[in-house]
Design a binder for this molecule. Structure first.
Ligand code: HEM
Length: 362
């Protein structure tokens, strides 16, 4: 009788109430608790990359590049090619690392070799496939950016078997038609494309204008806020470096760069209202980006064979800035493209016209 009571107490200790559902928790050998024992090995990898890849948990250049890498690996997937009997790529399978020599030579992957070289030693050191590592590092990295959602992470991508075909990664000089068609091929609606582009709120370009590396897409590149959606709607008046670069259009702020694709998606009738809907809507930014990234991270993968290890991803801090017009900009500078709803009312930052400093290399 006493024994039975003791074992009942032990089981109860391993059960927790989460979102109203009772789930079993597992204590890993290192003392961390998770929902599934298969996730235990990820804590050591998390701590290693936070310390040694992301410089102690920053939302800096390596995080931005790691997020870009999640996309460039995953989007190497085309059901349309497969329907023509060709190899359509393995999606989020790590092929961008495993077949690095082939994929880094693709024009749209310019500059991606830097983060591949930075990530490779971690993949070699830990017991994890390249496909899992890329998405894991992206999710951990994003959690360092204030205002970000906690991204889902599923474990269990098998090793890639072939390089992705070329021409599947969108280019900043592609038309909106071409971009939406490319994303539709992998199952994303225009609204989901806009949600994915929230990634450009923690982003900078090194290669669009190579004379000004580290030039951000918004004035707050270390914060996962809605400034990107505000600033891409402002009238472009200048090039932050040289004129005439392929895939670049004028931006509204010194030190800020605008991709032709971002400027066009912000103004196209199919996407403009969705674009504007993110302005000053942090809750939508988080939920829509989280949902779209959950789809992106498993493109080409069999999720039935994967384990949900999202509880290894840290909870990000809240946003540290309020939506605003940068100093020197007002509603008069907005190129209103959404016909259905007015641009939200926002305060303008005080002081002289905003000039955005570059994201420092680390
Ligand atoms: C229409 C689709 C897209 C186009 C044309 C595009 C294009 C670009 C370009 C040209 C750059 C600058 C690269 C450089 O010069 O260093 C860039 C940076 C970046 N992109 Fe995209 N992108 C797209 C969608 C996405 C998506 C879906 C994600 C992630 C989910 C993403 C994440 C990033 C990040 C985080 C950076 C910054 C990298 C850094 O700061 O080092 N992009 N993108």
């Amino acid at each position: 009788m006493f024994k039975a009571l003791v074992s009942l107490a032990a089981v109860a200790a391993s059960l927790q109430l989460v979102n109203g559902a009772i789930i079993r928790r597992v204590t890993c050998p290192d003392g961390n608790t998770v929902g599934n024992a298969a996730c235990c090995g990820l804590f050591a990898i998390r701590d290693d990359i936070q310390e040694n890849l992301f410089d102690g948990g920053e939302c800096g250049e390596e995080v931005h590049e790691s997020l870009r890498l999640t996309f460039h690996d995953a989007i190497g997937f085309s059901p349309a090619l497969a329907r023509q009997g060709k190899f359509g790529g393995g999606g989020a399978d790590g092929s961008v690392v495993t077949f690095e020599d082939t994929e880094t030579a693709f024009h749209a992957n310019l500059g991606i070799d830097e983060i591949i070289d930075a990530q490779k030693p971690f993949i070699a050191k830990h017991n994890i496939t390249a496909g899992d590592f890329i998405q894991f590092a992206g999710a951990i990295g994003v959690s360092n950016c204030p205002g970000a959602p906690r991204l889902q992470f599923l474990l269990g991508r098998p090793a890639a078997t072939q390089a992705s075909p070329d021409l599947l990664v969108p280019e900043p000089f592609d038309s909106v038609d071409k971009i939406l068609a490319r994303f539709a091929d992998v199952g994303f609606s225009p609204a989901e494309v806009v949600a994915l582009l929230a990634s450009h709120t923690i982003a900078a370009a090194d290669h669009v204008d190579p004379t000004i590396p580290g030039t951000p897409f918004d004035s707050t590149p270390n914060s996962f806020d809605t400034q990107f959606f505000i600033e891409t709607q402002l009238r472009g008046t200048l090039f932050p470096g040289t004129a005439g670069n392929q895939g670049e259009v004028q931006s509204p702020l010194r030190g800020e760069i605008r991709l032709q694709s971002d400027g066009a998606l912000a103004r196209d009738s199919r996407t403009a209202c969705e674009w504007q809907s993110f302005v000053n809507n942090q809750a939508k930014l988080q939920s829509a980006f989280k949902a779209a990234m959950a789809k992106l991270a498993v493109l080409g993968q069999n999720t039935r064979r994967m384990v949900d290890c999202s509880d290894v991803i840290p909870l990000p801090k809240a946003a540290n800035s309020k939506a605003h017009f940068p100093a020197g900009q007002t509603r008069n500078n907005v190129e209103q493209a959404c016909r259905a709803t007015a641009f939200p009312t926002l305060p303008t930052d005080p002081g002289p016209a905003t000039s955005v400093p570059p994201v420092p290399p680390s």
